[in-house]
Design a protein around this ligand. Sequence first.
Ligand SMILES: Cc1cc2nc3c(=O)[nH]c(=O)nc-3n(C[C@H](O)[C@H](O)[C@H](O)COP(=O)(O)O)c2cc1C
Length: 183
Amino acid sequence: MKHYLFLNASTREPGHVGNTETLARRAALALPAGAAQTWLSLAGLDLPSFVDRRHTAGTYEMPEGDAKRVLDALLDATDIVLVSPVYWFSVPSPLKLCLDQWSAWLRVPGLDFKARMAQKRLWVVATSGDRAKAQPMLDSYRLCAEFIGMPWMGALWGKGGAPEAVLADDEALAAAGRFFAPA
Ligand SMILES: Cc1cc2nc3c(=O)[nH]c(=O)nc-3n(C[C@H](O)[C@H](O)[C@H](O)COP(=O)(O)O)c2cc1C
């Protein structure tokens, strides 16, 4: 069974729904029949700072706490959807910190993170003020997918701003209805 994990990187205050989540929830209305979905807001989680031990210890312990929660959610899913506003033309810090953990998880003995992640598809839902300026962030995600070996499923972009601004972007809403449609 398909299981979509939506990793929300917005830093809106708890209880405030951002544009990227609004757009992603629109797209999720048209998930394939029978697909499960899990939503996780990264900003509320307590992920550790990443320490680069690649050339000292060379390995990492199995994560604990919220990091283990994210790891388990990733491994349980068949499809990973990055729900990501553009911050400074780039990846928002909650998601960047999460991606940095992947460098540790690649080196947890016995976890087989890369091979397991390579079986999952990567999708991105993004909003920002301007489509052209989202391109560096979208390129980063595509390159991350390539690095891990995950099939890249493309990006859905909408014009954000104040909460619900994206509801005025008719093109994005129409694209949301088609985004997860089976190829
Ligand atoms: C810290 C920060 C940096 C931002 N940087 C950019 C940017 O570089 N380019 C852009 O077009 N919009 C930028 N924005 C605007 C957001 O991408 C836009 O408001 C987005 O819709 C917010 O998503 P959300 O409503 O899901 O939280 C920035 C917003 C914040 C808070």
